[in-house]
Design a protein around this ligand. Structure first.
Ligand code: ADP
Ligand code: MG
Length: 238
């Protein structure tokens, strides 16, 4: 299960308010994209949901349970970091299984989960390699594999493809779409790339200066933008 609800969520850093009262309903299995200009609060909002940042006001619920005060480990979500966060001295197998090992899972269980993730991500042949012997796309898959083995109720991605070159970005975009289809798990994905947003999302959340400008399907935002900001951001002819 991965239904997530935000009620009047605010975030202040000292006297600076960066999230200004966000209400949002995410259904289980939905692919939700946060878009908006640099500095509008996308990463902060994702970090509030994951628990990496404390919420100043408002509540966050996961499957009807208030998790606002829970640490990241109590929320059952997985944050996917960019591929450069891999451990260079560990094999792909060790990288993917690392979180499970620190959680104290027995080796045969870890192997089973790592093999299943490798299967979904087409990494079977690379399990004994070090990250430096992989392509950029394969490294990104390893980073996703780490999240998959924890069987989260939702995946949170913060601009996972922004370090990749254009061709690889397109390839990985298909990979992420395929992954969502095969796992059926809720995904919340931050990007400033409109094409990524329009092609991946069930629901796009357009943010500006810590507020939601509009929420809707790619088609709704394109055909019926609420205001000029959304129209210009999505690239529709309003
Ligand atoms: P985005 O991901 O949309 O580019 P961020 O969520 O990273 O935006 O940042 C939103 C605003 O919050 C920016 O003005 C940024 O400088 C500020 N901010 C982010 N993190 C911190 C922090 N830890 N301390 C102070 N200000 C922060
Ligand atoms: Mg950001």
């Amino acid at each position: 299960m991965g239904a997530i609800q935000l009620n009047k969520v605010e975030k202040w850093f000292g006297s600076l308010q960066v999230i200004k009262g966000i209400d949002l309903d995410i259904q289980d299995g939905e692919f939700v994209i946060f878009v908006g200009p640099s500095g509008c609060g996308k990463s902060t909002l994702l970090r509030l949901i994951s628990g990496l940042e404390e919420t100043s006001r408002g509540e966050i619920e996961i499957d009807g349970k208030d998790v606002t005060a829970l640490p990241p480990s109590g929320r059952g979500l997985s944050m996917v970091f960019q591929s450069y966060a891999l451990y260079p001295h560990m094999s792909v197998r060790e990288n993917v299984g690392f979180g499970l090992k620190t959680a104290g899972l027995p080796k045969d269980e870890i192997d089973k989960k790592v093999n299943a993730a490798a299967d979904v991500l087409k990494l079977d042949e690379y399990l004994d390699r070090r990250p430096k012997a992989l392509s950029g796309g394969q490294r990104q898959r390893v980073a996703i594999g780490r999240a998959i083995v924890r069987e989260p109720s939702a995946f949170l991605f913060d601009e996972p493809l922004s370090n990749l070159d254009a061709a690889l970005r397109v390839e990985m975009r298909f990979e992420v779409a395929r992954l969502h289809k095969s796992l059926g798990t809720t995904m919340i994905y931050v990007t400033h790339d409109q094409v990524e947003a329009m092609t991946l999302a069930d629901k796009i959340v357009v943010l500006q200066a810590g507020r939601i400008e509009q929420v809707g399907s790619p088609r709704e935002l394109y055909e019926r933008p609420d205001n000029l900001f959304v129209a210009q951001f999505i690239g529709s002819p309003k």
